[in-house]
Write a protein that binds this ligand. Sequence first.
Ligand SMILES: *[C@@H]1O[C@H](CO)[C@@H](O)[C@H](O)[C@H]1NC(C)=O
Ligand SMILES: *[C@@H]1O[C@H](CO)[C@@H](O)[C@H](O)[C@H]1NC(C)=O
Length: 138
Amino acid sequence: MAWKLGLILLILSAWALAGSADATAISGISSWFNEYKYTVCYGTNQTPFLPGPRIVALNPKAFSLAACGQCLNVTCTGGLSVGDNPCKANTPGVVVKIVDNCGESSCNDLNLSKYAFAQIANVNAGDIKVSYQSALCQ
Ligand SMILES: *[C@@H]1O[C@H](CO)[C@@H](O)[C@H](O)[C@H]1NC(C)=O
Ligand SMILES: *[C@@H]1O[C@H](CO)[C@@H](O)[C@H](O)[C@H]1NC(C)=O
């Protein structure tokens, strides 16, 4: 009896682990920034950045030091106002590295470097709707 319960728990926990490895897309809003003189993850060292640079700061609610160096695939899904279409066509997404805590209370879910933002949307849009999920750093 006890071993059966143990087996069921083992299967359930294996299933939960496999589930957590699934990259589930999250919806949010992204702004962009132009200056990155200092980041919480790397200080003034920009060597670890993905070239461009393709980097992102996370909202403090989502940021932790453990997130440093992980990558996200960010896709533009639309503008904030009805009728806006800031997304660039034929761009499946941009892979960015998490390098900073977007420490300000006004911060959106993501704050992309201008370079990364420009890969997926018109920078004049300011803020855009995005979908993002974890991805391998490229
Ligand atoms: C990023 O996400 C988009 C949209 O789901 C997908 O088309 C693209 O292949 C993804 N890119 C990577 C590198 O995962
Ligand atoms: C985005 O990040 C930059 C640099 O950290 C910061 O100056 C800017 O205020 C942030 N934008 C928002 C909307 O928080």
